[in-house]
Write a protein that binds this ligand. Structure first.
Ligand code: GLC
Length: 745
């Protein structure tokens, strides 16, 4: 096919060229574009991030496949691309995609940590760095942002989400898409396409069990779960990934109402839909498809354009079209979307895009990127408790650093598939430079049970033999007795969270709790630095520790960032993006719950919505986080008490740094609709402002309350704004009582 005159301004093929190309392609070629294979088909080290089954793709099907998952490296991908195109009938370039979730090689904090920074703009910057490193390594697209709302700490992938709030998740999803793609998907230099996932509501599996059924009312789906995907679509996201779960008992990858009516017709998404790994073939075990042929039919009919890592499309679509069960128009529609994405990325002009081995050497893990990662990590830490033991005094006090996380380099989260522990700075590494005389000890294993048994049997090194465990403990107690302060670095190893890592017990492993109890008994001056991929049951730690700093999985520069915070170079300003439950029995627990007809505290206690044995409130609520300084927030001032149609009201507070250290406070504005056509959350986050103030400094912060903030899914399943009373709260946590009432007329 002759290369037609290109569209000069964009230097890309215009739609006529693509249509001609499509018309020129055989049915096999078209179907090939809808097939995604692992890098293992071209090299021996493609990363596997799903169940690796022999999918029986033959050489001819591999030769026509349209995209590759899980490979990277400038020279490698250039070689694969060149060989592939030489053998392709129309020299259509491959799309190289992979999971760059919180960084490529310079790893940033896990997304749940990023959410706790309450700073979407920083996530956008982190995404830009990730895109730069991924693009010079030959990648064209990342399967990020993961925009699933979560509120069940048992689910392992809460680590990959930005938390329990629809509005906050929307801010992060939009910022990440722009960080990867540039504004309006301009795909400039070192920018890559983004894929929002997992559509839809994958974060609400029954009982927090991975891949389990999702049962949501349509109103909850639209009010709470869809907004973050919508924000990604509005930011121009290039791709949407289907989720493993069912919605309304129909698996997402075969759910036409979800994928066509909601995602495309209502939400306006025009890009490519890709299945999650194997999700088309999984329509069979879901029990909605008899065989691969039926699975392929359901998926292509639902508008799934690419089959990730199975042969469902490759082995069935041709026959379905020949037998007139599936119209070739459906194939053409899917392939045109794929060709458009390749064209938008300029791959027809330059199939290698930004792949460049020299750039790779220069920018990957460069000092500037490390600095960004270190700075961001410091913004994500949440100080839950501090009885004047933090920040540590550099010289005057003797401090010991004890615990399995002290020497741990695996603090980059389980979705950092290109990240390497050897590039990571542990607490021990950071102390070597910062506090050469610091006393360190391992203290305990990560996980209970002997090597080969227990929670993480597969990772023998996470366990300890009894004798070794005893020696570590005695060593730790001896050291604790000789110092002023003990920093205990505890919590989940990164292998405890992520995909297929649901936990019914969300406590800190017993071996670590024994270390905590016995050290605390010897020296009560204990600071706990908590590494985790999820909220944990930390009741006992919260009672006995003098301070608690949640550092999540902080990334490549994690050790440096932790030491920065412990010694006060960084004043923690993070706020929980996900509530810490009182205990696992309270889960799912989230701040934006409904009141019920017998709200606890209003109705007669015996007949109110509560438990016999635990409180309703979480241990630490969404939006909560302390600082090394203190802030005073004045009562809310409104510039009016009545809002007319399309009007707005301005709400202001004066915030003052009343302590003696510079610090940041996150002002959070919540709205409550007093009476609506459907039950409404007790409050909903609608705006934030992170302000930095010197000691003694004060500032007036003003928010604009608009009707956009008041809308919800009304009786007819459409957005509505009620007349009547609303409350506005402004504070530094979701449990603020700093309230004013206004009315919409
Ligand atoms: C996995 C995950 C998905 C990821 C994909 C490719 O199963 O569910 O988030 O992007 O496979 O690795």
């Amino acid at each position: 096919m002759e290369r037609n005159v290109r569209n000069k301004e964009t230097d890309k093929l215009n739609i006529r060229d693509l249509q001609e190309l499509l018309n020129d392609m055989s049915l096999e070629e078209k179907i090939g574009q809808m097939v995604q294979i692992t890098g293992g088909s071209f090299e021996n080290d493609g990363l596997i991030t799903g169940p690796e089954k022999k999918n029986g793709l033959g050489a001819s099907e591999i030769r026509l496949a349209g995209s590759v998952i899980g490979s990277s490296g400038a020279d490698k991908l250039k070689r694969i691309q060149q060989e592939y195109m030489e053998n392709h009938p129309h020299r259509i370039p491959l799309l190289f995609m992979s999971d760059v979730i919180n960084g490529y090689r310079t790893i940033f904090p896990i997304p749940l940590a990023q959410g706790s920074s309450f700073d979407p703009e920083m996530s956008g910057r982190a995404a830009r760095v990730a895109a730069k490193e991924a693009s010079v390594s030959g990648l064209h697209l990342t399967f990020s942002p993961m925009a699933d709302l979560v509120n069940d700490a048992r689910w392992g992938r809460v680590m990959e989400s930005t938390g329990e709030d629809p509005w906050l998740n929307s801010q992060f999803a939009g910022a990440m898409v722009e960080g990867y793609q540039g504004k309006d998907a301009q795909f400039g230099k070192n920018q890559i396409a983004a894929c929002v996932k997992h559509f839809a509501a994958y974060g609400a599996p029954l009982a927090g069990r991975e891949y389990n059924t999702v049962e949501l009312s349509e109103r909850t789906l639209r009010d709470a779960y869809l907004p973050s995907y919508q924000a990604a679509v509005d930011a121009g996201v290039s791709m949407v990934m289907t989720s493993f779960n069912t919605l309304n008992r129909i698996p997402a990858s075969g759910n036409k109402q979800l994928m066509r009516q909601i995602l495309r017709d209502e939400m306006g998404f025009e890009g490519v839909v890709i299945s999650d790994w194997g999700a088309i073939e999984e329509l069979i075990p879901h029990g909605v498809a008899e065989d691969g042929k039926e699975a392929a039919r359901l998926a292509v009919d639902a508008g799934v354009d690419i089959d990730m890592c199975t042969a469902s499309y490759a082995h069935n679509l041709k026959k379905l079209v020949e037998d007139k069960v599936v119209s070739e128009d459906l194939i053409d529609e899917a392939v045109m979307r794929i060709l458009k994405l390749k064209n938008q990325l300029g791959l027809f002009e330059n199939p290698y895009r930004d792949a460049d081995a020299l750039d790779e050497k220069e920018c990957i893990l460069c000092e500037a990127h490390r600095l960004e990662a270190r700075k961001f990590a410091g913004e994500t830490f949440v100080l839950l408790k501090n009885e004047n033991v933090l920040p540590l005094k550099n010289k005057e006090e003797k401090t010991a650093f004890i615990g399995p996380q002290v020497y741990n380099h695996e603090i980059i989260g389980s979705w950092s598939i290109f990240g390497r522990a050897k590039d990571t700075v542990s607490i021990a590494d950071a102390l070597k430079k910062r506090v050469p005389g610091a006393v360190l000890a391992e203290g305990s294993a990560f996980a209970d049970g002997r090597p080969g048994t227990g929670v993480m049997a597969a990772r023998a090194e996470l366990h300890k033999e009894d004798a070794e465990a005893e020696r570590l403990l005695q060593d730790a107690k001896r050291i604790a007795a000789e110092v002023d302060t003990v920093v205990l670095a505890l919590g989940e190893h990164q292998a405890f969270s992520g995909e297929a890592k649901s936990r019914a017990d969300i406590s800190v492993p017993d071996c670590q709790m024994r270390l905590f109890r016995e050290v605390q008994a010897v020296n009560p001056n204990v600071v706990v630095v908590l590494f985790t991929g999820r909220p944990l049951d930390i009741r006992e730690i919260s009672q006995k520790a003098k301070a608690i700093l949640v550092v999540w999985q902080p990334g490549t520069e994690g050790g440096n960032a932790v030491v920065d915070a412990l010694y006060g170079d960084v004043n923690p300003s993070g706020k929980l993006a996900m509530s810490f439950p009182y205990c696992v029995g309270q889960v799912p627990v989230f701040y934006n719950e409904m009141r019920t007809g017998r709200p606890y505290g209003l109705a007669e206690e015996a007949y109110s919505s509560t438990y016999l044995d635990i409180p309703n409130k979480p241990l630490y609520p969404f939006g909560f986080g302390l600082s090394y300084t203190s802030f005073d927030i004045s009562p809310v001032e409104l510039d009016g008490a009545v809002m007319g149609k399309d009007g707005e009201i301005r709400a202001s507070v004066r915030v003052k740094n009343t302590g003696n250290a510079k610090g940041k406070e996150v002002l959070q504005l919540y709205i409550r609709d007093h009476v609506a056509k459907a039950a409404r959350p007790v409050r909903e986050l609608k705006a934030i402002r992170k302000v930095e103030l010197n000691a003694g400094e004060e500032k007036i912060v003003t928010f604009s309350i608009t009707q956009q903030m008041l809308k919800y899914i009304g009786q007819d399943m459409r957005y509505a704004v009620d007349q009547g009373k609303f409350s506005v709260y402004i504070g530094n946590s979701s449990d603020t009582q700093n309230e004013r009432v206004f009315e919409v007329v």
